[in-house]
Design a protein around this ligand. Structure first.
Ligand SMILES: [Zn+2]
Length: 273
């Protein structure tokens, strides 16, 4: 009888252990839940459109026929379904991908799926499509894993709301007006947010997985960061200041390559048919 139970347990346990291929994403931060997702996404949308309007007024917003716009959108279109699979809200997002003409090295994806890539990143790093897919996968991961929302939740707690203990969570469920105020203040800095090292690692690894599933070579994540670390340029580089290209980062990516290579190979095989 014991042996029978042992066999049943093994049968049920094995698929659970191997249920998900690819990267082990780790748990979602408890801070994320402190701020309503809608508030964060609304703030992001407002700031994104403001940025696009500013770019347009300086004739720096790439039009739909611009080769860089086409290139970035073609890659993003392949990544988005895999990115959205990490977050049920993201499947309903109105994803938008724009290119801003600037020698600045920068890229971001704001909450709600609002993506911008600065032409400086593409041109100064001379990125291949695979490397560009790694940048986009990384940024999309920040959005679908709600890292900005998490940072805001942390800000809410450190701004004194922690004193209220359980009331904080209760208040958020009914959308406490203080939360809305806090999001409004924190939201104005959405573009300048610096994520934690853990969030950066998560964005690197999940981003690499998203790109691999979409058929982009995950080894490009390593060459991308090698290029970043040897980039010798006087151009403004906000991406470098929030994303240090250090050896730990490259080592972590190398360590996880074996988990995502089969996904890439499968994607390539499926594309042949
Ligand atoms: Zn990042």
């Amino acid at each position: 009888m014991r042996i029978l139970w042992f066999c049943i347990c093994i049968l049920f346990c094995i698929p659970t252990v191997n249920a998900r291929e690819g990267i082990d994403s780790g748990p979602e931060s408890a801070f994320t839940k402190l701020v309503p997702a809608e508030e964060v996404e609304n703030q992001a949308r407002g700031q994104y459109y403001q940025l696009l309007m500013d770019a347009k007024s300086h004739r720096a917003l790439a039009g739909v026929e611009n080769p860089l716009f086409i290139r970035v959108n073609t890659i993003s279109k392949r990544l988005i379904p895999f990115a959205a699979s990490w977050n049920s809200r993201a499947r309903e997002w109105r994803w938008e991908v724009n290119v801003i003409g600037s020698n600045t090295v920068n890229a971001f994806c704001m909450p709600g799926g609002k993506v911008a890539v600065y032409s400086g990143l593409i041109q100064q790093l001379k990125v291949t499509d695979d490397e560009l897919a790694m940048v986009l996968g990384h940024e999309m991961t920040h959005a679908v894993r709600e890292h900005a929302r998490e940072q805001m939740g942390k800000g809410f707690v450190t701004n004194g709301a922690a004193r209220l203990g359980g009331l904080v969570v209760a208040g958020v469920l009914g959308v406490d007006p203080r939360v809305t105020d806090m999001v409004a203040r924190g939201g104005s800095q959405l573009l300048l947010l610096k994520f934690s090292r853990e969030d950066e690692t998560q964005a690197d690894l999940i981003g690499m997985e998203i790109a691999a599933r979409a058929g982009y070579d995950p080894r490009a994540a390593i060459s991308l960061w090698q290029k970043m670390s040897s980039l010798n340029s006087n151009a403004p580089n906000p991406w470098m200041s929030t994303h240090p290209a250090n050896q730990t980062r490259i080592r972590d990516l190398e360590k996880n390559l074996n988990s995502v290579m089969p996904l890439y190979q499968r994607a390539l095989k499926n594309r042949e048919y």
